[in-house]
Design a protein around this ligand. Structure first.
Ligand SMILES: [Zn+2]
Length: 203
């Protein structure tokens, strides 16, 4: 295994200037709730419970997406592939982005290295997520603040505790199913109440 990917000690995006601002957190609520609703839809369809929406500077949703790894690919939607993550679904739907610096990507779960990298490549102005992913999230492998492509992206992790809890409970069975023991251990440590007694999800 790549030693970087096997790294136990995580850089922490929750330190320094990456701490989410508590002021104005409620303006994120509706979009994070929609991302969580899309995550539940993925679960019902047999994919991983992760959803995302892309919002323009006026607050209008310009693309909606959700994880589709367990579903067939169609002409309209990426699917049936390990890369069919919610954020990639959003980006395929959105097509060529205009004024990406004015856009905010809302996700139910902290983006992985692929989706974080794609967001940076597309120059999305801000990323907001409901729940941290202490194993699969980019932050374990590369501090968001250190990513060379992320210097222009505003990162807002977990601005609303109630939704953070909701997202953790929703994803916990998938985390137990999909992650190795040490990944699940990180989830237990980060979200002890939400992971208590959780059984591995089925797909
Ligand atoms: Zn991803």
């Amino acid at each position: 295994m790549n030693p970087v990917l096997d790294m136990a000690a995580a850089p922490d995006w929750q330190t320094g200037d990456m701490t989410p601002s508590s002021s104005g957190a409620s303006r994120h609520e509706a979009h994070l709730r929609e991302a969580l609703a899309l995550a539940r839809e993925s679960l019902e369809k047999g994919s991983s419970p992760i959803g995302a929406v892309l919002v323009d500077g006026s607050g209008k949703v310009i693309a909606r997406g959700r994880n589709r790894v367990g579903e067939a690919q169609t002409a309209e939607r990426v699917g049936d592939a390990s890369v069919a993550h919610a954020e990639m679904d959003v980006f395929f739907q959105a097509g060529k982005l205009e004024d990406p610096q004015d856009l905010t990507l809302y996700t139910s779960l902290e983006p992985c290295l692929m989706c974080g990298g794609a967001s940076a490549l597309l120059e999305v102005g801000r990323i907001v997520w409901a729940t941290a992913d202490p194993w699969g999230g980019s932050g374990r492998l590369l501090a968001w603040s250190d990513h060379p492509a992320m210097q222009e992206t505003d990162i807002v992790p977990c601005p609303l505790p109630e939704l953070e809890t909701e997202g953790a409970s929703l994803f916990a069975p998938e985390a137990k199913r999909a992650f190795p023991d040490k990944g699940w251990a990180l989830w237990r440590e980060k979200y002890p109440e939400e992971t208590e007694g959780v059984q591995a999800g089925q797909r």
